[in-house]
Design a binder for this molecule. Structure first.
Ligand code: GDP
Length: 634
């Protein structure tokens, strides 16, 4: 087995013409500009724009970032898998506007590791250099790069380059390794084809590994394909671990079906979103304030979209402010809780601030709603146990749903459930069938559902004392809950003895149909009237009998309903059924007319009874005659 060396991603930042490309070339021996040209001619599937091996053996992908927008995208693509920034400031000019803006972006993205290269050392006197260095130290104050090492270098004389490489090696060695046990994500920054190989995408791989042969999905389109090949720093690899720029050769997806801004990941994990809850911060020198419904450009991953702001806890955000917002996106993006993003003013284009995704699939929120803010604060803390507890506060969910909604690893969800179940805070519901996944719910929520359902049934029994119970579907729609969750709740409450699951209806264990003395008397009168002309029974409605009482007598088994308004006493119907079978056996079948004549009834009753017996599968109709249902066709 080959041991793959640790990898890191380092991006340059700084004002134009301060020597970024020259420095990358001096460090790596690779001219990033030449590579860029090569890529435009689609001759190579190279990955980092440049790369080098540090003295310790660590491999570094260098991302050299010339243009501004491009810079943001590349920084974002790397964040998470991004290890350090190399801020470049020319000794002769010192910090310039773009230096400040890039630094602000690094700060917003919370990139905490960095080195400042003071380039063009050969052009200035030592006292000028000292001045620029002091100015730089001041500039870094209060940012994530405060206290970063400053190293004067010259690409012309080579001065300081060895020290820069050593410092980079030391810095990267102190960082914890990339978390690699997660699900892989690669924000696509380039897509192209290579003759004979097909579609290739490149980007920085984060969170989890990719392997040749693996099935992948391209989002937001949801196209599926398979990894045909992987490359890193121009070497073919079978497996790519997170934390380096990676080229992925894909089969099954055409180059036109993928574009920059897409995300490559494993199938069935992430769902694109057009609404994001976030904590944002405006730069102290942001060129504008933000108000309700303002439009901003959102840069997240390698994608960008217009977004409208809902300010959840402020009338407006002024420079330097932080606030809770909901972003309504013009087009879908892929986002995961914890992802960082940048907000820019659409025009004239300028960085306003940035933030972190707290919920990638939120519902719509009301503004200035304390419970919403409390929830967002909880989500921002992001402990799996807290998240799982919160997600189970209202509706029951299974492990797969929790994993997907919270974008946690499945084992984190499983661990959290174990802890919460041990503490008695979360209850596993009874599965209505052996193959439905177990649903979980907070104990209090379960109690709340139970009280609601019990109250609902008690109400129902009160309103319809003559009914056996409440139809299940009516109960479910009253509770406004999904069928799967409802079934699990019913199974759980039935198991607890709180309710009785009685086929198509639910009831309380204490409920039984009870007739009042008046209803009892009315029932006796009805039965007597029915028995008086047993084969032409009067209809209950013409007798003025309460339909509820009729239903109750059916439930109680005193009468049977054969048609809308035709009922028979149960004993009479049993006798008819027996006689019909006897007649069928004697005459080799029974016609409607024969039935009518035998019982001395009318066609209406004859037809209703025979159809009822057909439905009951006592008889079956063959042409004009009824035969026994089970009787083979002669
Ligand atoms: P970028 O726009 O930041 O990538 O800057 P470049 O790398 O293209 O460099 C801008 C100019 O500065 C080029 O003409 C370089 O030759 C020059 N330059 C870069 N580094 C040095 C240096 O260390 N010393 C001197 N004298 N010139 C440099």
């Amino acid at each position: 087995m080959t041991v793959t060396p640790p990898t890191s991603v380092v991006g340059t930042a700084g004002h134009v013409d301060h020597g970024k490309s020259t420095l990358v070339k001096a460090l790596t021996g690779i001219d990033p500009d030449r590579l860029r040209e090569e890529k435009e001619r689609e001759m190579t599937i190279d990955l980092g724009f440049a790369w080098l091996t540090l003295p310790s053996g660590r491999r570094v992908s260098m991302i050299d970032v010339p243009g501004h927008e491009r810079f943001i995208r590349n920084m974002l693509a790397g964040v998470g898998g991004f290890d350090a920034a190399l801020l470049v400031i020319a000794a002769d000019e010192g910090p310039m506007p773009q230096t400040r803006e890039h630094l602000a972006i690094l700060d917003l993205l919370e990139i905490r590791q960095g080195i400042v290269a003071i380039t063009k050392r050969d052009l200035v006197e030592p006292d000028w250099l000292e001045l620029v260095m002091n100015e730089t130290i001041e500039l870094l104050q209060g940012t994530t790069l405060e206290g970063a090492p400053l190293i004067p270098v010259s690409a012309i004389t080579g001065e300081g380059l060895a020290e820069l490489i050593q410092t980079l090696d030391t810095l990267l060695a102190t960082l914890p390794p990339h978390p690699a046990d997660g699900k892989p994500r690669l924000a696509v920054d380039r897509v192209f084809t290579i003759a004979g190989f097909g579609t290739v995408v490149t980007g920085t791989l984060r969170d989890g590994p990719l392997s040749v042969g693996q099935e992948i999905e391209i989002l937001p389109a949801g196209k599926r394909g398979r990894i045909r090949g992987l490359q890193r720093h121009r070497e073919k690899v079978e497996h790519a671990s997170p934390g380096a720029r990676t080229a992925v050769n894909i089969s099954g997806i055409a180059v036109e079906e993928i574009s920059r801004g897409d995300v490559l990941t494993i199938p069935g994990w992430l769902t694109p979103t057009q609404r994001i809850d976030a904590r944002i911060r405006l730069l102290a020198d942001a060129p504008a304030i933000l108000e309700q419904d303002d439009e901003v450009m959102l840069f997240i991953g390698t994608s960008e979209t217009l977004a409208q702001l809902t300010l959840l806890d402020a009338e407006k955000l002024t420079p330097g402010d932080t606030g809770w917002v909901q972003l309504r996106l013009r087009k879908p993006v892929v986002a995961v809780r914890g992802d960082r993003f940048i907000l820019r003013r659409p025009s004239p284009s300028a960085t306003l601030g940035g933030g972190v995704v707290v919920d990638a699939h939120p519902p719509r929120h009301r503004r200035f709603h304390p419970a919403t803010i409390a929830t967002l604060e909880l989500l921002a803390r992001g402990e799996p146990v807290e998240l799982v507890r919160h997600a189970l506060a209202e509706e029951p969910r299974d492990v797969a749903t929790l994993t997907r909604q919270l974008t946690l690893h499945e084992h984190h969800v499983a661990d959290a459930l174990e802890v919460l179940q041990a503490q008695g805070e979360i209850i596993a519901l009874v599965s209505p069938t052996p193959h439905t996944p177990t649903l979980y719910l907070q104990r209090e929520a379960l109690e709340a559902w139970r009280s609601r359902l019990v109250a609902l049934l008690a109400d129902y029994h009160q309103q319809y004392p003559l009914r056996r119970g409440m139809p299940k579907e009516a109960a479910r729609s009253q509770l406004e809950i999904a069928p799967r969750a409802f079934d699990a709740l019913v199974a759980t409450f039935a198991g607890m003895g709180a309710i009785v699951d009685d086929g198509d209806v639910l009831r309380l264990p204490t409920h039984a149909i009870q007739l009042t003395p008046q209803q009892e008397a009315a029932a006796q009168r009805l039965l007597a009237a029915l028995h008086e002309t047993p084969y032409t029974p009067p209809s209950p409605s013409t007798l003025g009998v309460d339909p509820e009482l009729v239903n109750a007598l059916i439930e109680l088994g005193y009468i049977v309903r054969v048609d809308e308004d035709i009922v028979f006493p149960t004993d009479v119907m049993q006798e008819i059924e027996q006689t019909v079978l006897t007649l069928i056996d004697a005459n080799n079948g029974l016609t409607l007319a024969q039935f009518r004549d035998h019982f001395n009834t009318s066609r209406k009753y004859a037809q209703a009874v025979l159809e009822y017996l057909d439905r009951k599968r006592v008889t079956r109709r063959v042409g004009d005659v009824r035969v026994r249902y089970a009787q083979p066709q002669s």
